[in-house]
Design a protein around this ligand. Structure first.
Ligand code: PLP
Length: 444
């Protein structure tokens, strides 16, 4: 019996024994094509020699030094690299150990910015339903997934949630894309008005919604509109790119494609590619300046912030992505993936929508394609697809509750940036087989 509190008490997962390139091998010797990078983490695949070399060198030199005593060369170099490639003006960075910590730090930095700029009455956050921002209490509070929040709701700070961008289901028949976007923006502004805009700290949103909704991108002009409304009321924009950032969508930052610069941005998964736990908050100096000139201290910190070994992994990952021009491969293979999925599932009665950006693609399953009726959650279709895909040697990241936290099923694909043309074709073939097997198991 395993002594670990695993993700479920009902079973112990298979033992991962080795990994290299786009494959993971379990203890029984079975090989899996990693089409989701775990949860959109392993952007360089597994066992990349340059990252391993950088890690070995860093551990030999300096594995750890507490940030209340020291900074380190490698962390400073990573900060220089990230800010040099960040959206304009985002020249400050705070390092943490993962996505939830990045979101917590961003929320606190935003609050302290207002305290130190003479607006302590700003105490509220606005976010979106069906988003995921992490599992710590602050991040869970801004998150909008009902199922994840329910039992902890009495412990959470009060956050208001507006509609997500979800064109497939929420754009009305006859409504133009612009009109739909305008409707979402009007709802956001009305919520600011309802709360009293002078009480709002920030609007928090995933640029492309990942785990909970399945790679749902914003509509054209959505983030431009959000930026304008936030500017109108002096409200900050926090872009959560923990999953969608660091190249996953084909540009280093997903929001580049929306031509918007947020005030704060969280990054994590693809930053270190899974070689070490690391996350970060990128901030514009407009946000840090009042604190620098005021108390002189961001009142936050964890034992492992600015960890040299984690920074060495992230720096190596980011340098390889740049040196090898991997974002071009994300774009090309992303196009191929979406095109082959569209072809494979063109007539499929149970594939309702294929969406996403770059190598960040979601496939939404429906019982009936015409009416978009979802499967019964009791069918556990998404779990069956995950299990059957594993039997077929494929790792994908399916989830239920796509529509409202209860109903709906999708499969998230997020293969490594090094994926080949043949790998993409294999992913589509094995996914199609797994979906069909799962649906016939449900139908039985
Ligand atoms: N924010 C987003 C958008 C995420 O997708 C996730 C994780 O899936 C998180 C935050 C939380 O990150 P972590 O699991 O590293 O704490």
């Amino acid at each position: 019996m395993s002594k670990i509190i695993h993700r479920t008490f009902k079973s112990v997962p298979r033992v991962a024994a080795a990994a290299s390139g786009v494959h993971i091998v379990d203890q029984a010797g079975k090989r899996y094509l990693d089409a989701s990078g775990g949860a959109a983490v392993s952007c360089l695949g597994h066992g990349h020699p340059d990252v391993l070399a950088a890690l070995h060198a860093q551990i030999d030199k300096l594995a750890y030094a507490h940030t209340s005593f020291f900074t380190s060369e490698v962390v400073e170099e990573l900060a220089d690299h990230l800010t040099a490639h960040a959206p304009q003006g985002m020249d400050q960075v705070y390092f943490v150990s993962g996505g939830s910590e990045a979101v917590e730090a961003a929320l606190k930095l935003a609050r302290q910015y207002f305290v130190e700029s003479g607006q302590p009455q700003r105490t509220r956050f606005v976010a979106r339903r069906q988003s995921y921002h992490g599992n710590t209490l602050g991040a869970l509070a801004v998150g909008g997934n009902e199922w994840r929040r329910r039992q902890f709701a009495p412990l959470l700070i009060d956050v208001s949630h507006v509609s997500p961008v979800y064109e497939y289901r929420d754009r009305q028949p006859g409504e133009t894309l612009d009109a739909y976007t305008g409707r979402l923006l009007a709802e956001l502004e009305a919520e600011f008005q309802r709360l009293g805009p002078e009480t709002v700290i920030a609007f928090v949103a995933e640029t492309v919604v990942g785990a909970t909704a399945g790679a749902v991108p914003p509509t054209p002009g959505y983030f431009k509109g959000v930026r304008e409304i936030c500017n109108r009321y002096g409200i900050l924009l926090i872009a959560d790119e923990v999953m969608s950032g660091m190249g996953r969508t084909g540009t280093l930052h997903a929001i580049e494609q929306d031509h918007v610069v947020p005030d704060l941005m969280t990054i994590a998964k693809g930053l270190g590619g899974g070689y070490q736990p690391i996350g970060a908050v990128l901030a514009s100096s407009r946000i840090t300046d009042p604190i620098r000139k005021g108390s002189g201290l961001f009142q936050h910190g964890h034992t492992y912030i600015g960890h040299p070994t984690a920074a060495a992994a992230a720096l190596a990952v980011q340098k390889v992505i740049k040196r090898d021009g991997l974002l071009a491969n994300v774009q090309a293979r992303g196009e191929q993936l979406k095109a082959q999925l569209a072809e494979q599932f063109a007539q499929h009665p149970h594939v309702g929508d294929i969406r996403g950006r770059g190598l960040f693609v979601g496939v939404e399953l429906v019982r009936d394609r015409e009416s978009k009726t979802p499967f019964d959650p009791a069918d556990k279709l998404n779990q069956k697809i995950k299990q059957l895909a594993m039997e077929n040697g494929l790792l994908v990241y399916p989830m239920g509750g796509t529509i409202d936290g209860q109903l709906g099923d999708h499969v998230l694909l997020a293969p490594p940036f090094i994926v080949s043309e043949q790998d993409v074709a294999d992913i589509v073939e094995r996914l199609a087989l797994s979906i069909d097997q799962a649906i016939s198991a449900v139908a039985r």
